[in-house]
Write a protein that binds this ligand. Structure first.
Ligand code: ZN
Length: 244
């Protein structure tokens, strides 16, 4: 009984400690609902915060380029940050500071997805993200980057809605829909877009500016009814009916 009493005596202490930790983590430097950036980031910086920044500006690598998400703030990251700042009318100096973090935060949901896209849209196969060519965590992380690229593309197209009809597929889902054997859908970074109000060709053409190294659309076999965007090593762009 003495032990119990002693145990009960420390409960309030533990509760107070937990509460103070919660209070600290609930008050990040910016209003970020998902990730709080604690310092300004510029060329030469490295770390997890740089990697988090790279995910969020991955849609701004420039035509035909893909931003490495490696936690190293190099020239490519500086250029991407600058393009993001220009896209939103911020001071474009390539340094991510409070104004840039506040804008990123305003574009983000509490689960770290950009406001106009969701994990559910990027996975109509299963709820676990498992059964593909990579681990569930990797597939989901790949889908997150794809969503940020789509968010950049959506903004560049005048903030018009983009329809995502599918993304990640397990091997079972991929064979059920007759997907290619090495489909990027197995890796989680592919998105199949509907025409929406924009049209397949305009989507495929615009995607060239936003970090998609794989673009397949009208004129490519089995792609007359959607625009397929993904990330692969090397470039595969083919939408002959759209001049790509
Ligand atoms: Zn596809």
């Amino acid at each position: 009984m003495k032990r119990l009493a002693r145990l009960l005596a420390v409960v309030p202490l533990i509760a107070a400690a937990v509460l103070s930790v919660l209070t600290v983590s609930a008050a990040p430097a910016s209003a970020a609902s998902c990730y709080g950036f604690g310092r300004s980031l510029s060329q030469g910086a490295s770390g997890e915060d740089v990697r988090q920044l790279q995910i969020r500006v991955s849609g701004y690598p420039g035509y035909g380029a893909v931003l490495a998400i490696d936690g190293q703030f190099g020239a490519g990251t500086k250029a991407a940050v600058t393009r993001f700042q220009q896209a939103y009318g911020l001071g474009a100096d390539g340094v991510a500071g409070p104004a840039t973090f506040a804008k990123l935060s305003s574009l983000e949901d509490s689960d770290c997805t950009p406001v106009n896209f969701s994990y559910a849209e990027l996975n109509r196969c299963n709820s676990t993200w498992s059964g593909g060519a990579v681990s569930a965590a990797t597939a989901k992380a790949n889908a997150l980057v794809t969503m940020w690229k789509l968010q950049a593309m959506r903004h560049a197209l005048g903030d018009r809605p983009i329809t995502v009809n599918g993304g990640f597929r397990s091997y079972a889902c991929n064979s059920a829909v007759g997907g290619a054997a090495g489909s990027r859908h197995l890796y989680g970074d592919a998105a199949d877009l509907g025409a929406g109000g924009i049209g397949f060709c305009k989507l495929a053409q615009q995607a060239r500016n936003h970090g998609f190294s794989e673009i397949l659309g009208p004129g490519y076999p089995d792609h007359n009814d959607h625009a397929h965007l993904a990330n692969r090593s090397g470039r595969l762009w083919s939408a002959p009916s759209c001049g790509i």
